[in-house]
Each structure stands twice: as C-alpha cells, then as structure tokens.
Design a binder for this molecule. Structure first.
Ligand SMILES: Nc1ncnc2c1ncn2[C@@H]1O[C@H](COP(=O)(O)OP(=O)(O)OP(=O)(O)O)[C@@H](O)[C@H]1O
Length: 327
C-alpha cells in the first residue's frame, strides 16, 4: 500500500478521515455534536469515550450507515458513505454478522462474492488474521476471539486503506487481546490507517499514534498519547537533594521543565520523566548531592478519567495543556 503522496497532501487528502462540524442529533444533548476529526493516513488512531459518548454513531456516519444532521465528513478524500469512499474502507462495527452454520472460510467467500472481490482474497485475509488453521470451524462453534478475527478478516477483504474497528477487543480474554494487538500492529506496518475504539486504555496506549477523546458527543481532547499525558500533568520527577531550594532554581531554568515545587524538603519537578538523567547530571555537576530521584508517569487512563470526569483521577486538574485540548 502506498504512502501518502505530495499530490494527496496538496489536494487535502493526506487525511484518511476529515470531519467538520459533524453532528448527529438524536435528541437534545444526545448524539454527536460539532465533531472535527483529522485522522492522518497510515496511523492507528484511538477513539475513546465513556459508554454512550458517540463513538459508534461517529463510526456509522463515516461509513454512511447514519446520516448526519449537519456538518461534513470526508473519507479517503471522498464524501463519507459514497461509493468511492466505501471502496477503500473496511469496517467492524459491533459484532460481525456471519452465518452460524457456515465455516469462517465459507462466510468470507459469501462476503467476497457479494463485494465483487476475487475468492483468492479469502485465503489472504484468513492468513492475515491467523485463522487459516481454524478456517473450517462453523461460525457458531467459534470462540469470541475467533469471531472477532473473522470480523476483521471480513473488513480486510477489499484490501482497504482504512479500517474502522469498533471495540474489536470487546469480551476477549488477555490472550485474545494480545493477539488483536498484534494484528492491529501488523495493519499499521502495512501502512493502513486504523480508527480504533476501545475501552482498553493500556492497549490504546501501546497501539495508537494519536487519540481523540469524546464525552457526551463532543470532542474534549485530541493529540498524541504523550500530549494527552502532558495535558494531565504529564508526570515528573521527585528529587531528594541536600540543597532543595538551590536545586529547584537550577532545574527550573531548564527549558523542558514546566514547574518546580519544594514540599517537605522534596523537590517536585513537572517534566518528561525521560529527562531524569539530564536533571541528575545538572545537579551533580553543580555540587548538589542527590540521594533519591523518582520518576512518575501519568498513564493514558489517568489522563482519560481526568478528561471525562467520572473516574479515579477526576479530582485532578490538568496543569498545562500541550495537546489540542478543547475543554
Ligand atoms: N438510533 C438511535 N436512536 C436514538 N438514540 C441513539 C441511537 N443510537 C445511539 N443513540 C444515542 O446516542 C448516544 C451515543 O451512542 P453511541 O452508541 O454512539 O455511543 P458509544 O460511545 O458508541 O457507546 P458504547 O461505548 O456504549 O458503545 C447514546 O446516548 C445513545 O443512546
């Protein structure tokens, strides 16, 4: 699959998905409102939000299953839901609807015929989702993990540039989740774009290049995982040193440091924890004795709960915004 071309960039199609003011109003305050998404090609893009926040509705609008109330959505440079856009999109939205009595392979053959795709593609997608050995098991006898893999295989039949996967890890055991992670990592290596919704934030953290967070139908944050973490305080260092005030002065002068604070003799520094070695070196070279230096990282989960406001980290406030925070 080709990388985005400069011609594509010029014509504004460097984004696999581009929405502006996208709205689906089911009722007052219910649905999706004024959504502006830009999903770069070739990335795995996480779409996060609590139950009922509008993820599925958005994905359905992107494949033309739900008609927007207002706004626009462009998919692979064509209007969402148009024949041209759909030609390049594979989607798994909710559970795959396959015939229970047919095997995975036969189900995929039916879908391939229906989509006008060569039957040769069936073996290719079965291999891609690592289901060749189990391809002849009737769908009704397939485990949840196998069903989800077949769902992804069905979405891959048209060799799509964009995969839209709504909760592909739903209900999977840890081994199934790990296998799905591997599969999605493989899609990225093929330069496909993946729009992925998931409640498994550690998975999203490992897989996604960028993330959008929606709450009650509205975008509340967008950025790389690192930017979202930084927006939630970003983590930092706690330093025990013999001259904490002097240490704070020195460390505070570093351009990467967002803030310093000395409490109970310990120096708290808001900075990317990966700067630990540089900070330590600075202090030691200034003749300050460092007896302890601890790193702490804000997880995507903590950042998420801070944004959607109903979890363990809800009482904490972001101290500095570096992602595209829209709250
Ligand atoms: N066809 C519909 N008619 C009326 N309201 C709907 C319809 N579909 C969705 N909604 C409402 O729109 C809101 C967004 O639902 P949606 O399914 O998009 O959320 P979600 O983020 O995918 O949730 P989940 O994580 O639970 O799958 C919810 O309040 C839901 O009840």
């Amino acid at each position: 699959m080709a990388e985005p071309t400069s011609q594509a960039a010029e014509s504004g199609t460097e984004y696999a998905v581009h929405t502006a003011g996208l709205t689906k109003e089911y009722g007052p305050g219910t649905g999706v409102f004024d959504l502006a998404l830009r999903i770069p090609r070739g990335q795995v893009y996480g779409f996060l939000g609590p139950n009922g926040s509008g993820k599925t509705t958005t994905m359905r609008m992107l494949v033309g299953l739900v008609r927007p109330t207002s706004g626009s959505a462009t998919v692979l440079g064509a209007p969402a839901g148009s024949r041209e856009a759909l030609g390049g999109v594979g989607a798994l939205i909710e559970s795959p609807a396959l015939y229970p009595h047919l095997s995975g392979r036969d189900n995929l053959r039916v879908l391939a015929r229906y989509a006008g795709v060569s039957l040769d593609q069936v073996d290719r997608v079965l291999a891609e989702v690592d289901m060749v050995a189990k391809a002849d098991v009737p769908f009704r006898a397939c485990s949840l993990g196998m069903r989800q893999r077949l769902g992804v295989a069905a979405a891959l039949l048209k060799d799509p540039a964009l995969l839209i996967l709504d909760e592909p890890t739903n209900g999977l055991d840890p081994a199934g989740v790990a296998a799905m992670r591997e599969l999605i990592g493989g899609l990225r290596r093929e330069h496909r774009t993946v729009l992925l919704s998931s409640h498994l934030l550690t998975e999203v953290e490992q897989l996604c290049d960028r993330v959008a967070v929606i709450r009650q139908g509205r975008l509340v944050a967008e950025g790389t995982v690192a930017e979202l973490r930084a927006g939630a305080g970003g983590g930092g260092l706690t330093i025990t040193a013999d001259k904490p005030e002097r240490a704070a002065e020195l460390v505070g002068a570093l351009p990467e440091v967002r803030s310093t604070q000395v409490t109970d003799g310990a120096l708290h520094v808001q900075v990317d924890p990966d700067q630990a070695a540089a900070v330590n070196r600075l202090l030691v070279e200034a003749g300050i004795e460092v007896s302890e230096l601890r790193r702490h990282q804000v997880s995507l989960e903590e950042a998420f709960f801070e944004l959607v406001g109903d979890g363990p980290a809800a009482d904490r406030r972001p101290t500095e915004a570096s992602g595209r925070w829209t709250r």
